[in-house]
Design a protein around this ligand. Structure first.
Ligand code: ZN
Length: 289
């Protein structure tokens, strides 16, 4: 495993700029395949968003509709839940995002994995082969975000480098519950291609990494251009955009998760960023007014 260096990011970024300067409506990746700058396929459960020089495609991983149960937000009083008409649950999803920019394909999280996860089927419908994904950036290491990396004992993305914050990686190394088994499996199969980063590092594709700790110790948000990928900042957006002080019970450190949510929502608003969230309701983009 290599520790990720900022210098490498700058060199790569310079190389990518040179690459994209020669391109028209599509550009070549380092392995020669063509990456569209505008995605036009109409595939159910996906939505492409074009933001300046990148295309972000939302890919719904969960089959059917998803409601987070009201009981997941046990700190939120009934009066607020009723005012927002959320007694039956809060619209949500399990989502991943494919970002295509400057000749690179970057996948953010990998969803639930086999058998429930839809990611690989949808990539096929979008005409993207798993071996064309060169970079996978993980927001954190819960099972609904890393499940798609493996199918049983096989690696799903044979050429991808997998980026994880070092805070998150270290936290899971020392956890002893059964979730750790899935982490250990991932490390076993991807160990040569795992790259650790520190918050504040810039990754290939000019992707900024932002400390979003609280949900998990090393939970990460990623910013590329006007897109802000927020991972599990919110599990019930209809409640938590209006009342960011209420956590889902999944948040490991609720005080920190609340402070992070307030800080990042404010940052997105001030900078007019489009948020992309792994549990926002479909299609899981949230533009700012
Ligand atoms: Zn999650």
């Amino acid at each position: 495993m290599k520790h990720y260096l900022k210098k490498n990011a700058r060199l790569l970024f310079a190389a990518m700029l040179t690459l994209s300067a020669c391109s028209g409506h599509s550009s070549k990746t380092t392995t020669g395949e063509t990456v569209p700058e505008t995605r036009t396929e109409t595939v159910a459960g996906t939505k492409a968003l074009h933001l300046e020089d990148l295309t972000a495609t939302w890919i719904q991983d969960n089959p059917g509709d998803k409601l987070m149960p009201r009981s997941l937000f046990s700190d939120a009083p009934d009066s607020i839940i009723e005012k927002l008409h959320l007694q039956e649950g809060i619209p949500s999803s399990v989502s991943t995002f494919l970002v295509e920019t400057k000749g690179l394909r970057i996948l953010f999280d990998t969803g639930l994995g086999y058998p429930a996860g839809q990611l690989t089927n949808k990539l096929k419908d979008l005409k993207v082969r798993p071996d064309e994904i060169r970079y996978i950036y993980l927001t954190h290491l819960h099972g609904d975000h890393i499940g798609g990396l493996l199918k049983g004992d096989s690696v799903v993305f044979p050429k991808a480098e997998v980026y994880i914050s070092s805070a998150e990686y270290k936290a899971w190394e020392t956890m002893s519950d059964k979730a750790n088994a899935q982490f250990a499996q991932m490390v076993k199969h991807y160990k040569e291609r795992i790259r650790l980063f520190e918050f504040g590092d810039t990754l290939p594709g000019n992707v900024m990494t932002i400390d979003a700790g609280g949900h998990t110790p090393g939970h990460t948000a990623f910013q590329v251009g006007k897109l802000l990928i927020v991972g599990d900042l919110m599990h019930g957006a209809a409640l938590q955009t209006a009342y960011p002080e209420y956590c889902a019970n999944y948040d490991m450190d609720k005080d920190k998760a609340r402070d992070t949510r307030i800080r990042i929502l404010q940052y997105a608003r001030e900078n007019k960023l489009v948020m992309a969230g792994m549990h926002l309701p479909a299609p899981a983009f949230l533009p700012q007014q």
